[in-house]
Design a protein around this ligand. Structure first.
Ligand code: PLP
Length: 398
């Protein structure tokens, strides 16, 4: 490789990327550098909860940038105080630590649980996580994840994570021992292909962890901030976890994440946790603008309604083309294709100006902006309908 190589070559080749360069976004739409427009049902992997470049978030960032970007994590700043207060007022948690990515927030949750074990449970440090779970790409969060493809990578992993099966409370009970301090899960396993924990399983987990004196940690990086039609997914199961992490939607596209804990679980001491950019004014100002919009009851109701509309449309496609189930909640949904045609559909969609995601070969995942319109949903399902008709015809000929 030389310095004269194509700019694509100056970036580490960490994933297969189509050779498209995106230059502008607005709401549910993205434009590449040739002027081609794409309808975006990925939204930065469920990140742009209000669509691309929402004007009031852009305005909040611009005005904060002119006032104060970073004071230093050694001092308080007004934006992070306001956002922390807003989060604790609208959740069951008492304290917040801001992070810059979901993995970093989860790394903080793991450290907090271990600290709790050191202080209150005789040094217990093991955390029960779940097969298929995804918690990030730092070493500890890869170790906590139950993703098969991670297993051979970067050995030795961080120890102390045993894997139970989602929706199988007996498999959790079996793993509890004197070293166990917490159970950690995504209420809907997103990266694995949108596999929801049932509300009953979440209730049973809360009962079991309370009986055993264990912390319950919800990774709501994908499900939080209104994605499922409630501000936080734990509200659906009418239980309260001890620790929760947020990421993705909390910054509306800006890199922001958060670790929240109840007073009992919030046990960091000075020197345990920190970070240069954590809680900086610029990102917290973006978070505040997002939070003001997403936490409105009318907004959450509209997410739930739009989610039901998308679900019905996907169900219609499934019936028409003989596909499998539609899974998920709110605007985090998956369509089981029953055949390994996900990657081919994603590639065709891209050429047709539609951005879709296939987290596993037989599944499409839909994570549009939370303010996606019904017209945009119908435009997407019409395009998908055409592609599925072609795929069916090709299969009949073959
Ligand atoms: N946890 C969950 C449930 C996620 O979906 C993700 C990202 O996809 C992460 C953690 C990691 O977040 P980040 O990529 O911001 O580090």
């Amino acid at each position: 490789m030389t310095n004269a190589a194509h700019p694509f070559d100056a970036l580490m080749d960490i994933t297969a990327r189509p050779k498209k360069v995106f230059v502008r976004g607005e709401g549910s739409w993205l434009w590449d550098d040739t002027g081609k427009r794409y309808l975006d049902f990925i939204q930065g992997w469920a990140v742009n909860c209000l669509g691309h470049s929402p004007p009031f978030v852009a305005q909040a960032i611009a005005s904060q940038a002119k006032t104060l970007i970073t004071a230093s994590p050694a001092y308080y700043n007004a934006a992070s105080l306001r956002l922390a207060k807003a989060l604790v007022e609208k959740s069951c948690f008492d304290q917040v630590f801001f992070a810059n990515s979901g993995a970093e927030a989860n790394e903080g949750a793991i450290k907090l649980a271990r600290k709790y074990g050191a202080l209150h449970k005789g040094g217990a440090f093991e955390i029960i996580t779940f097969e298929g779970g995804f918690h990030g790409r730092t070493l500890a969060t890869m170790s906590a994840s139950g993703k098969k493809a991670f297993e051979p990578l970067f050995e030795p992993k961080v120890k102390g994570f045993s894997k139970a099966r989602l929706n199988d409370i007996a498999s959790v009970r079996e793993l509890i021992n004197k070293n166990t301090v917490a159970v950690m899960l995504e209420p809907i396993q997103g990266e694995a292909g949108v596999w929801p924990a049932t509300d009953q399983f979440l209730k049973d987990l809360r009962t079991l962890t309370q009986e055993q004196g264990l912390l319950l940690i919800f990774d709501e990086i994908q499900t939080g901030m209104g994605r499922t039609g409630k501000l936080f997914h734990y509200e659906h199961a009418e239980i309260t976890p001890d620790i929760m992490t947020l990421g993705k939607g909390i910054g509306g596209g800006a890199p922001l994440a958060a670790l929240l804990a109840t007073e009992r679980a919030s046990c960091f001491e000075h020197g345990d946790q920190g970070g240069t950019f954590n809680g900086n004014s610029l990102m917290c100002a973006a978070g505040l603008a997002v939070f003001d919009e997403v936490s409105r009851p009318a907004f959450l109701k509209s997410v739930a309604d739009t989610g039901l509309f998308l679900e019905a449309e996907l169900q219609r496609l499934s019936t028409r083309h003989g596909l499998g189930e539609v899974r998920g909640r709110g605007l985090l949904l998956a369509l089981d294709l029953k055949l390994p045609i996900g990657a081919a559909l994603v590639a065709q969609a891209l050429e047709a100006g539609l951005l879709l995601n296939s987290p596993r070969p037989d599944t499409l995942r839909f994570m549009p902006a939370l303010n996606v319109t019904r017209e945009e949903i119908l435009q997407m399902t019409d395009q998908l309908d055409t592609m599925l008709t072609k795929a069916g015809a090709a299969r009949r000929v073959a």
